[in-house]
Design a binder for this molecule. Structure first.
Ligand code: ADP
Length: 266
């Protein structure tokens, strides 16, 4: 008698979410949170219902990037269960550990505490029906990544990197983790961030500060898609610091770049 090896249950976690997308990077500072935030906004602008979970427990930056540092989500009762009502900004519903604890405190948490915080945001958030939930992961490979894939049916992962060698070396580790045994999350593609810089006074020139086409070449090598190349643009940095993601301005070069990225997922 042949026994079924796997029992595939109906998802009980985020059952009304069509796509759960992990946004990862090998190294910190490559723009993973910036890409997550702007992509979330661009998806919302395209008409999708979007959620964003800031799982970068040790360095939550979603509150700052959405001007939501003072947001303190309430509990609401849904069908007899207390759920956390996500904060909403620029059409994106979001939860971040930064809403609940002083980020300086979270930094000293042990792995299990951070994993529990992530689980709580996923399982006890009042997410409702959504087309996408983006999960902004901490850099590297950690307990949090394992918790995530064990807790929710992740549709796929996006790996963000700069074209620089050291960043790419770590991005490869990230790709291997997602594709590896026990995790098995398809890599939807890479986003090359900080791909070049074009000064306003020399609009025809592209300066490849961190190297040229590093992600493009790596994606080709690994047989995965390059979803987009985002240049270094001052308004991206300013938008992040000022709490209004640059992609809000959909007619700008940046807005269009993120709209293209969003279209790749639609
Ligand atoms: P990570 O999440 O990978 O640690 P962040 O998204 O926090 O990285 O980005 C690091 C810094 O670089 C931030 O100050 C952000 O505003 C800036 N930044 C990211 N991407 C760009 C870009 N394409 N152009 C200009 N500044 C950027």
């Amino acid at each position: 008698k042949v026994k079924a090896m796997h029992v595939v249950d109906e998802p009980t976690v985020l059952p009304k979410v069509k796509n759960i997308i992990a946004v990862a990077s090998g190294k910190g500072g490559v723009g993973k949170s910036t890409v997550s935030s702007n992509l979330a906004v661009a998806l919302a602008k395209s008409g999708a219902k979007v959620g964003l979970i800031d799982a970068d427990i040790f360095g939550p930056s979603v509150p700052l990037m959405f001007g939501a540092e003072s947001a303190r989500p309430n509990l609401i009762n849904v069908d007899g269960k207390d759920l956390i009502e996500p904060h909403e900004a620029y059409g994106v519903k979001m939860l971040s550990i930064g809403f609940f604890v002083d980020p300086a405190q979270a930094t000293v948490w042990r792995g299990p505490m951070a994993s529990n915080a992530l689980k709580q945001m996923i399982e006890e958030g009042n997410w409702g029906e959504l087309d996408y939930v983006l999960i902004d992961l901490p850099p590297g490979t950690s307990d949090i990544h394992l918790t995530l894939v064990q807790t929710v049916p992740v549709t796929g992962a996006i790996v963000v990197s700069t074209p620089q060698e050291v960043a790419l070396a770590d991005a490869i580790k990230g790709i291997s983790m997602f594709e590896g045994p026990g995790v098995n999350v398809p890599v939807l593609g890479m986003v090359e961030n900080m791909a070049w810089f074009t000064p306003a006074e020399l609009p025809e020139n592209k300066y490849y500060i961190f190297g040229k086409d590093g992600c493009k070449k790596l994606a080709e090598e690994k047989g995965i898609d390059l979803l987009g190349q985002i240049p270094i643009v001052q308004s991206i940095r300013e938008g992040g610091d000022n709490g209004k993601p640059a992609a809000v301005n959909e007619d700008s070069v940046v807005g269009m770049a993120f709209a293209d990225l969003a279209a790749k997922l639609n």
